[in-house]
Write a protein that binds this ligand. Structure first.
Ligand code: NAD
Length: 470
């Protein structure tokens, strides 16, 4: 736990005796002091986060290698570079984002000032998952700081080395009165969630998202829920098979498939499946060589329990490529399963490992029906050389995001809102949207003190004469 627990807590929301109540009330006192509000303060904390990313980069890559053998390129791209993008976006735009927004007025308020103030929520909690343990901890933190909040961040307890780095190094860069890192497993997080927060930003599985939302509801705390799901990928007959195979394989096997927006299953015709399987085999060999276990560019599953869950999914359908496992290393080969039935376990849960399913459909209509008969995913992918086909899939499906003719790349744009819909999540972030997520839009009207004779028109006693005037 970073930061001492502070003075004995007030019984805020009935949490006296709660091990985190002191910490929360200490952060609340700091927030109420107004310390985190000025632009200069926010910029200074964000710049300190930039120094953390620079100075700790080697340790970050090392921690990620120990946690899941994350390949250095993947770690640098997805955990450091994307954080820096987000940070630069905030540093460059914050003064503009923070400005009051003047709004339209009616006749009665023509001489007054009406504006939207971007107010911080107060004390916010960020809970991060295990798959991108630095990126998914820091990006919400960047937004919460930019918006002027005090923040508690809780990294995943699964990725121990990244968790240790966060709790030991981050506090050296940030104002300890306003920002804290809490290390907590399930039991401790349950206690943490008993406290009243002003906003909760959760990234993780849909099942835990429900638990977090239930805890938040007790205090009517607003939430962002960045959850999981099964992302479909429609591949039409009209496409460059080799290109598609490379782009899909990259998205599926990046970070050994432990990516919330990875394509989970391909929907295509039998003819396309016959072409795709050899093309995927070629792409996998090109990426990882003849034995991916020996490749420095292929990650491992991050925990034993997670490894066993993913391995069990290999029983669905028939292995067309890969299928090898090594429990000691938590290695699962890049795998493609065909003849998968919608009722198979691999189609019933999020895969979250290096397994790609292929389900054959007669045509695009059937693919769209299939997608729409399942929970709404984080992202829908569609591949075709014909833009009309891609647009049809976009038009007739619903998902958090959409990406045509590639995978994952939409996440690199801070100009796009990123988030789920339905069971894949609630709210969105990245760039300006992260700032907005941690900001309360406070509608403000500041009236002049004069012109009272006009106000008399709306005061009782009412009369038909006054009503006519209004
Ligand atoms: P998880 O839901 O098991 O854990 C996420 C966080 O919640 C961790 O910090 C964990 O300590 C905490 N937690 C776990 N059980 C809890 C409980 N009962 N009460 C309170 N807190 C609890 O998820 P994970 O395995 O770390 O990550 C994988 C999941 O996250 C996948 O479903 C993936 O799709 C999803 N994910 C979503 C996004 C997104 O942006 N939408 C990004 C990354 C991961």
């Amino acid at each position: 736990l970073c930061g001492d627990a502070g003075t004995a807590p007030e019984d805020e929301g009935g949490t006296s005796g709660n091990p985190y109540a002191g910490l929360v009330s200490r952060l609340r006192a700091a927030w109420l002091s107004g310390r985190t509000r000025p632009l200069e303060y926010r910029l200074a904390q964000l710049e300190a986060l930039g120094r953390f990313l620079e100075e700790q980069k080697k340790d970050i890559l090392e921690a990620l290698a120990l946690d899941m053998r994350k390949p250095p390129f993947e770690a640098e791209f997805s955990e450091v570079l994307l954080c820096k993008n987000e940070l630069n976006e905030s540093l460059n735009n914050l003064s503009r984002w923070m400005k009051d927004e003047q709004v339209d007025k009616n006749l009665a308020t023509q001489l007054d000032v009406a504006f939207i103030r971007r107010d911080p929520y107060g004390v916010v909690l960020v809970i991060a998952p295990c798959n991108y343990p630095i990126y998914l901890l820091l990006v919400p933190l960047i937004g919460a700081i930019a918006a002027g909040n005090c923040v508690i961040v809780k990294p995943s307890e699964i990725t121990k080395n990244s968790e240790r780095l966060a709790v030991e190094a981050l506090p050296r860069y940030l104002d300890k009165d306003c920002f804290a890192v809490v290390t907590a497993g399930v039991q401790e997080t349950t206690r943490l969630l008993e406290n009243k927060f002003d906003y909760i930003f959760f990234t993780g599985s849909s099942s835990v998202g429900r638990i977090v939302m239930t805890a938040a509801a007790k205090h009517l705390t607003p939430v962002t829920l960045e959850l999981g799901g099964k992302n479909p990928c429609y591949v039409s007959d009209n496409c460059d098979v080799k290109n598609v195979a490379r782009r899909v394989a990259w998205g599926r096997f990046f970070n050994a498939g432990q990516t919330c927006i990875a394509p989970n299953y391909i929907l295509c015709s039998v003819e396309m499946q016959n072409k795709l399987v050899p093309a995927l085999r070629e792409a996998i060999t090109m990426f990882y060589g003849p034995n991916p276990q020996e490749s420095p560019d292929f990650a491992r599953i991050m925990g034993d329990k997670q490894f066993r869950r993913v391995r069990a999914l290999l029983k669905s359908g028939r292995v067309a490529i890969g299928g090898q496992t090594d429990e000691k290393e938590r290695y699962i080969a890049p795998t493609v399963l065909v003849d998968v039935q919608p009722s198979d376990p691999a189609m019933q849960e999020e895969i979250f490992g290096p397994i790609l399913l292929i389900i054959t459909v007669a045509n695009m209509e059937e693919a769209i029906d299939f997608i729409n008969s399942h929970e709404r995913p984080l992202v829908v992918y569609a591949f075709s050389s014909d833009d009309k086909v891609v647009n049809q899939v976009l038009e007739r499906t619903s998902s958090g995001s959409f990406c045509g003719n590639d995978t994952l790349m939409h996440v690199t744009l801070t100009s796009l809102p990123f988030g789920g819909i339905g069971s894949s999540g609630l709210g969105n972030y990245h760039g300006r949207f992260t700032f907005d997520s941690f900001t309360h839009r406070r509608g403000c009207l500041q009236r002049g003190t004069g012109l009272e004779p006009i106000n008399v028109l709306r005061y009782p006693p009412y009369s038909p004469h006054k009503t006519g005037l209004v």
